[in-house]
Design a binder for this molecule. Structure first.
Ligand code: ADP
Ligand code: MG
Length: 271
């Protein structure tokens, strides 16, 4: 379980505004929580306070009931999977050395590491024989993200943090990786926080969706609740963007004309 209790962070040089303000959130064991919000809303700051890449000014972060301030930050980070947008692979290391990094730092034996690397590459859908010896610049964007996920899971973390991991991928690759992530999350019974600015990604993958705006929570709800009962105008607008896209697609499919149908009005028939 991950618990954030009234956590606040204000960056030096930005005295006027809080990046994250008195935010409380609990993520249960085995849960996948998606954190959504526009750019600058404090998502990355929040995530980095969980693995102590950033220290909060106020409040407390607990993992499995233990205050993270009591842990050595480096040791803590080796027990938490972390995936970022461009995978952050080390370019001069092979795929297998990238994936093996944390087990190696933890002092695992060579045989255990080799077995683990093969197991992980298979888990993320990359044939070990084909990909082990490649370098990051010999991979597609989607393959790099797969390796990033494999690396994050190498030392069998219980908690995994992902910061817009699929944001830079084309839509088809993105959907494939979203499905894989959901499968891996379930198979390994992980506790996952997924940061995204993509409301569709959040609604389709998460057990609960958290909407942030200017460092504060607007709503924490299941996807169903969020779609049927958005807490305020802001959340409603985020949901409506998705709904309007769906309507426009349906209108196109239903249209017999070859020209573009008129855009669906916001206050239309309520569909
Ligand atoms: N290192 C930093 N120094 C100063 N301000 C920062 C720093 N990192 C983020 N911020 C500010 O904090 C706010 C939240 O940023 P961030 O957590 O990166 O949001 P998000 O991930 O939702 O885009 C923004 O206003 C951003 O400009
Ligand atoms: Mg961010």
């Amino acid at each position: 379980m991950i618990e954030l209790v009234e956590v606040s962070k204000r960056y030096a040089g930005d005295a006027a505004s809080w990046a994250v303000r008195q935010l409380s959130l609990t993520v249960a064991d085995g849960e996948l929580v998606a954190l959504v919000g526009e750019s600058g809303s404090g998502k990355t700051t929040l995530l980095k306070m969980v693995n102590r890449l950033i220290e909060p000014d106020h409040g407390e972060v607990r993992i499995a009931g233990r205050d993270v301030r009591g842990e050595d930050p480096v040791a803590l980070r080796r027990t938490i999977g972390y995936v970022i947008q461009h995978a952050g692979l080390l370019p001069h290391l092979s795929v297998s050395d990238n994936v093996a990094m944390v087990p190696w730092l933890l002092g695992w034996g060579r045989g255990d590491i080799d077995r683990r690397v093969d197991e992980l590459l298979a888990l993320v859908g990359l044939s070990p024989a084909e990909y082990r010896a490649r370098f990051p610049d010999q991979l597609s964007g989607g393959q790099r993200q797969r390796v990033g996920v494999a690396r994050a899971l190498a030392a069998r973390p219980q908690v995994v943090l992902l910061d817009e991991p699929f944001g830079a991928l084309d839509p088809i690759t993105r959907v494939a990786l979203q499905r894989e992530l959901a499968r891996i999350h379930r198979e390994l019974a992980l506790t996952t926080i997924l940061v995204t600015h993509d409301m569709v990604e959040a609604l389709t993958l998460a057990d609960r969706v958290v909407v942030m705006c200017r460092g504060e929570l607007r709503q924490v709800a299941t996807p169903h609740e969020m779609v049927t009962a958005p807490a305020d105008e802001y959340v409603a607008r985020l949901v409506d963007v998705v709904r309007d896209q769906g309507r426009q697609l349906q209108a196109l499919a239903a249209s017999e004309r070859t020209e573009r149908p008129a855009p669906v009005q916001e206050d239309g028939d309520g569909g």
